[in-house]
Design a protein around this ligand. Structure first.
Ligand SMILES: Nc1ncnc2c1ncn2[C@@H]1O[C@H](COP(=O)(O)OP(=O)(O)OP(=O)(O)O)[C@@H](O)[C@H]1O
Ligand SMILES: [Mg+2]
Length: 388
């Protein structure tokens, strides 16, 4: 230990970059498959014709898992249903919290066009995901405790000026010209952000949104469609332990390797998922074209993948059809086994249940599509005669 006392504010938190080498042999070696995995994800993502499909789905899953780290538990089902409804949907608090995370991720993504990641971006993200008008901590008393014993394991620095100074250094490290690999920089900056712990609450989630935004800023992702919180949730104990060991033992290498592995494995997982989504969209399009050619349009197919729970209003908003026709189309998709109708209050929701199944599992499985007539090989006329 370096004289670290978990119960005292860690005002000696060193600035970035760390004095230890961030690019050890092991780290540099690991960067190779990480970049290959990110490139594969970008490539696969671009094959989906309507990009809103992915922007709607993957961040929702990311929101669910990132919020679950804080023990805010919601389900894919509730989240996707809520996403298709209006603000006052009466969703449970956990679902609303995850929906706010997704909104913070989305707005952070849009804001990247205007300015690079900064202290202000962090404040904006945290405000949005907590739903309150907060700012950098001014009062003492923030501590990190372990579960379930509730012992204080870390006390972040204290004093607004010090926090702002550390954040300014963090911001410079993220945006300065450097030849340190961007994924390594993301990992180092994530530790630093969590160690600064600028807010009373929401630091973990804000930091995880910032990770994704930084990869986009660096051109390693096109969209906020890396499901990184999945890995962090699965390895939560390691995540906490490794963060603490950077503070107590200067153990940067295991921390960086952990985050690199997280980016690589979630990039691969997300690539597979996006591939399966692509296949399901194409198979659905083909089936609807055969089974209900009169209502088929590419826009209609995109609409039921943009909203896994689709309302008639969504189809109208997407300019696929006017209200009466939209209602008819969705009913017809129910009849041919593509959607299921659900009533929530007075509202009718049309559930793209295969899509939700696919998003909700690891093996990319979903119920087989019905067999359309034209998929059955046409009978020869002589067969038809024999039937009589
Ligand atoms: N030893 C540590 N040093 C610095 N940061 C840590 C340490 N252990 C955990 N953390 C970070 O603190 C976060 C929790 O802080 P906080 O409660 O403010 O965030 P949150 O978003 O509300 O919660 P959560 O991350 O659990 O969803 C963890 O997610 C992790 O990122
Ligand atoms: Mg918290």
């Amino acid at each position: 230990m370096n004289g670290f006392d978990p119960s005292k504010p860690f005002n000696r938190l060193p600035k970035l970059p760390p004095t230890v080498d961030l690019e050890t042999r092991a780290i540099l070696k690991k960067c190779v498959p990480v970049h290959a995995a990110l490139a594969a994800l970008r490539e696969r993502g671009r094959q989906i014709p309507d990009q809103t499909v992915l922007i709607n789905a993957i961040p929702l899953m990311e929101a669910k898992d990132s919020s679950a780290i804080e023990n805010i538990v919601t389900t894919n089902d509730a989240l996707f249903r809520d996403a298709s409804l209006k603000e006052d949907s009466g969703a449970d608090p956990a679902t609303k919290e995850a929906a706010r995370y997704r909104a913070a991720l989305h707005h952070g993504f849009v804001a990247l066009d205007k300015r690079p990641i900064s202290t202000k971006s962090a404040v904006d993200i945290c405000r949005e995901l907590k739903g309150v008008d907060l700012d950098v901590r001014r009062v003492p008393g923030t501590t990190l405790k372990n579960h379930p014993r509730q012992e204080v394991i870390y006390t972040p620095p204290q004093g607004e000026d010090l926090l702002r100074d550390l954040l300014a250094n963090w911001e410079t490290f993220l945006n300065a010209e450097t030849d340190i690999d961007p994924v390594v920089r993301m990992a180092a900056a994530h530790y630093q952000f969590e160690a600064i712990h600028p807010f009373v609450d929401g630091n973990g989630r804000t930091g995880r949104v910032l990770n994704i935004l930084f990869l986009i800023q660096e051109g390693l992702l096109d969209q906020p469609t890396l499901y990184l919180s999945r890995y962090i949730l699965k390895h939560r104990a390691d995540y906490y332990r490794l963060l603490l060991e950077v503070t107590t033992k200067d153990a940067w290498e295991p921390w960086i390797l952990f985050m690199l592995d997280g980016v690589e494995s979630t990039a691969r997982w997300t690539t597979e998922k996006v591939g399966a989504v692509h296949d399901l969209i194409e198979a659905t399009a083909q089936y609807v074209r055969d089974a209900a050619p009169k209502i088929y349009s590419r826009e209609l197919i995109d609409a039921i993948f943009t909203q896994a729970y689709c309302r008639i209003g969504n189809v109208v908003e997407l300019k696929v059809a006017k209200r009466e026709a939209a209602s008819k189309y969705l009913q017809q998709l129910v009849r041919i086994g593509i959607l299921r109708e659900e009533k929530v209050g007075r509202e009718k929701l049309f559930l793209n249940f295969r899509y939700l199944q696919l998003l909700g599992n690891d093996d990319n499985h979903y119920e087989a599509l019905p067999v359309s007539n034209s998929n059955i090989s046409p009978r020869r006329s002589s067969d038809a005669i024999e039937d009589h």
